[in-house]
Every structure is written in C-alpha cells, then in structure tokens.
Design a protein around this ligand. Structure first.
Ligand code: NAD
Length: 358
C-alpha cells in the first residue's frame, strides 16, 4: 500500500471544511480538525483524520447529529458531570476539560465525568490541555456503542473496549510529561491502519475468533472476517494488569453513572466514549514552582541517562516521542495511505468538496 505526504495545514483546512459543510459550527470544526491533525502529527494515525470517514458514516446513518449538544448535570465544585448526548466528541470533551480546569484552578481539584460523548479522540490531548493550564490530570475512558474488541486476561473472546488511560504532569516552563495509551496492547485504530496498509501486526497483539494467536489485522474487524468466522480480539497490555485497568476504566467512566457500557445499548456505526478525570493544582501540593521543576527535571534526567539497550533507541520519558514526531511531521508532512485518503475523499465528495483541491 502506498502513501502520500500531506501538509498538516492543508489536511486541517480540508477536515474543517468537511465538518462545517456537514452542519457543525466553525468553532466545533476548528477544534475537531485541530485535534485530528495533531494526532497525526503526534504519530497516532489511529486517532487522526483516518477516523473522519467513520464519523461521517455515523452522520449519514443518523447516529451523530450536529444538533446534539452537551449539557452539564452538576457544576457544584469539585464535581463536574456533563451529559454529552452523543455530541461531536472532540469539542464536547475539550469544553468539559476546560471547565474542569477552571474549577481546579479555583478550588485545587476537579472531578470530571463526561458521559456519552461521540468518539473524543486522543486522550493525551486533554492531558495537554490540563498541563497548559498548569494542572496535573488523570483520565480513564471507556469505549462503547460497538462490540467488545479486547479479551480479558486468559479469555479467548472479547469483553472490553480499548479503554484508554492518560496522565499529565506539567513541568513549570517546560514540556509536560504525557502518558497516554490504550489498555489493549495495540490501539484498535492501529490495527485499522495496518489493515489499510495491507501489513501484518506484530506477534502477540491479537487472537482470531477461535482464540488463536494471529498477525492478520482483519480478524479484529467485522468487515474483515469471512463466512462463519467469529470476530477475534485484541489482547490487553501487560496481561492481567492491563486487563484490570481496562475493567476499572469502564466502571469509573461509564459504569457508575449509567452511561453507555460496552455490554449495553444498540450497536450502531458510532463510537461512544465516557471519560472520568481528576484534575489537581500541583501548587496546592508544592507551592514553590521552581522546586517542582527542579525535582521533576532531576528525576527525568536520571531516567533518561539509563544506558540504552540499543543506542539508536534512546531512553525516553512519556510524551517525548509525540513531541519529536510533531517536529518531523510538521517539517516533512503527514503520511496518509491511499486507502485512508480515498475514504476521506469519498466522504468529502458527498458534501461537494474536492479533497485534492486542498
Ligand atoms: P502507544 O502504545 O503509542 O503509547 C503511547 C504512550 O507511550 C505515550 O505516552 C508515549 O509518549 C509513550 N511512549 C511511546 N514510546 C515510548 C518509548 N519508546 N519510551 C517511553 N515512552 C514511550 O499508544 P496506544 O496505546 O497505541 O494509543 C494511541 C492513542 O489512542 C492514545 O492517544 C489513546 O488515547 C488513543 N485511544 C483512544 C481511544 C478512544 O476511544 N478515544 C481508545 C483507545 C486509544
């Protein structure tokens, strides 16, 4: 499968135009286009503009609507509970996280539960928003509205979503630490990218519908299985540890409050995310910013100084890889494989937009 390099600004302009043409506001389009393109720039193509065809399919099927808007159910600090009503996820989540940031800056802490948003994208994005506001943040997110795709530890069939977890630690006057990952060993979107590229996935990441190890990404997509084959599953990262974290994310984000759970609700062409977050003002723990900076940076220096197994693969802190990728892709362009591009171009055509013109 071949790919082309696209300038981030051009792709962002295209995505923005598509979202506005589909009926969302300029502000909603700006945030969503910015979020998706930043995910590509960060190296997470699984959560970049390749998601757009799915969003537009949801719209076409009547499962996603520009008129859906989030509504706060509780704003009494330190709790912020927002019903997202399956609104477009990126603007809904950003707005909720920004509101929680304001709450945490005022009172030292905020506990946010955003319920039933459409796909909110890369969770580290919100840890970055919180870090920019000077806040520590922790996120647990579930994935519902579609069939389970991750097997519990020791199971040969799926019961979880890829339930991501992210933590952000701001470093005064420097780049934040951003840990952000799916609790499956591989994000489902990364299997989609491999499928679109016609490439195998590494060994140990997925099983087929009979629970056998496989490297063929088609086994984890309904449209990829043939005849009476059953859908396979992604494996959790870290065996029982990742599986346990996934279970906790489901219950914290959606399970306690009755939001869409992976084992509930009709399954349509959509992805529903609920998010549970804790935001903390670090100045309430250590008021001296210079001390905080020195303590964090001296520890990061200690970790980064560990002798690498392979000098070509240096020891990194969480967030380093995404920052390096942003520089490289900002300079060289974002690689989009032909299949992903043709899906985006087809969605654009339905709104009278020529993707090649951007
Ligand atoms: P991943 O496996 O690439 O891990 C990324 C994390 O590991 C980052 O914090 C990164 O800085 C760190 N990292 C990567 N390489 C490193 C290295 N060599 N040394 C030290 N740290 C390193 O991420 P993933 O599991 O593929 O998830 C990709 C994205 O998918 C995430 O942004 C996640 O939030 C998102 N996601 C979203 C949903 C959803 O439904 N919205 C579901 C699942 C995943």
């Amino acid at each position: 499968m071949t790919y082309r390099l696209h300038r981030a600004q051009s792709v962002q302009a295209l995505v923005h135009a598509m979202i506005v043409k589909a009926g969302w506001t300029e502000a909603e389009a700006r945030e969503t286009a910015h979020h998706l393109v930043l995910a590509n720039l960060s190296g997470h193509d699984s959560h970049g503009v390749g998601m757009l065809p799915l969003y537009f399919q949801s719209l076409l099927d009547g499962n996603l609507s520009p008129s859906s808007q989030p509504l706060a159910r509780n704003t009494l600090a330190p709790f912020l509970i927002v019903d997202a009503h399956v609104a477009l996820g990126q603007p809904a989540a950003r707005q909720a996280v920004e509101q929680a940031c304001t709450m945490a800056q005022a009172g030292g802490v905020a506990i946010l539960n955003l319920l039933d948003a459409h796909h909110i994208g890369r969770i580290g994005h919100y840890a970055e928003v919180a870090a920019e506001a000077g806040l520590l943040s922790m996120f647990w997110v579930n994935v519902a509205g579609r069939p389970p795709i991750v097997a519990p530890f020791a199971a040969k069939e799926a019961r979880f979503g890829t339930n991501p977890h992210a933590i952000g630690i701001p470093v005064p006057e420097s780049d934040p630490i951003i840990l952000d990952f799916a609790t499956s060993r591989m994000a489902h979107g990364k299997a989609r990218v491999a499928l679109n590229k016609g490439e195998p996935v590494p060994e140990g990441y997925i099983i087929d519908g009979e629970g056998r190890p496989t490297t063929e990404p088609r086994h984890v997509f309904q449209h990829g299985i043939h005849g009476d084959e059953r859908l396979g599953a992604l494996l959790p990262f870290g065996d029982h540890k990742g599986a346990g974290l996934s279970l906790i994310a489901e219950l914290l984000s959606a399970g306690l409050m009755g939001a869409a759970r992976i084992d509930q609700k009709p399954q349509k062409s959509w992805i529903i995310n609920s998010l549970f977050a804790v935001l903390i003002d670090p100045a309430r723990l250590e008021p001296d910013a210079a001390q905080r900076k020195q303590r964090i940076e001296s520890y990061l220096a200690f970790v980064r100084a560990a002798a690498p197994q392979d000098p070509a693969n240096p020891v990194l802190a969480p967030g380093d890889k995404e920052r390096a990728m942003r520089l490289a892709r900002g300079r060289d362009g974002i690689p989009l494989d032909d299949e992903t591009w043709s899906q985006i171009a087809a969605a654009a055509r339905r709104y009278g937009i020529d993707a090649e013109a951007f």
